[in-house]
Design a protein around this ligand. Sequence first.
Ligand code: PEP
Ligand code: MN
Length: 272
Amino acid sequence: MKTVSIGSLKIGGKSGGAGAFPIIAGPCSIEGKAHYLHTGNFLKDLGIQVLRGGIFKARTSPHSFQGIRESALEWLPQTKKDLGLPLVSEVNDPRQIEVLDDFLDCYQVGTRNMFNYELLKELGKTKKPIILKRGFAAMIKEWLLAAEYLVQSGNEEIILCERGIRTFEPLTRNTLDLTAVAYLKQNTHFPVIVDPSHAAGDSALVIPLAKASKALGADGILVEVHPEPGKALSDGDQALDFEGMRNLYHSLQDKPSIAPIYKNKSEVQIQV
Ligand code: PEP
Ligand code: MN
């Protein structure tokens, strides 16, 4: 299986190549075997090295699609192996860890669960990298304290993911806090990635936000892609279609004109 480096961490194994600017891409939700293979093969051919895809979904409304859940287990582990790409997926509950640990390469803690300390304590006992998304109303300090829960339980392989915060602005789904990315690059040793899809809530805004993230010195991005966004079972408005994904991929191959240099000071001191 391929491996990709995100900052100092590796997803999918302990050795292997690194993308210049790693892109983790895939659907918001895995919708079935054909959907997974269709999207996964497209992304693999494009050069994407890590897939994302929700299995257990944390939805604001209980009436919304809750994910393919346990029914994926019949086919997903083997299909994922055949495709040969590492997979990132969200874990919502400590009971899901055992189910997912056999075949996931990296856990994602979603925005709604950043404050779920019992989950963090259990997840910290695992040996795989963890993408820790920022709570949509979390201060940077609270986010770092959530990371501390993982560290305290034994897992330091943490990738922080800025995915937008809730502000007074209603015209975008969230407000992407690029200042937080710069702050974290300057003040912590954790790799920092950006999720422009959930920040924007609109596929038309994803490419500019991704480019800004790269220019700022983020360690990569996490984006949502769907073969037919209009038919997606979750987050269709923000999903890139295949053409959009191709455009994103190619627009990120250019080098930024000014590469930012952060003089990483030391571990940030968190006062509790
Ligand atoms: C997701 O990645 O599909 C997701 C639910 O993200 P967030 O937790 O940032 O809303
Ligand atoms: Mn989503």
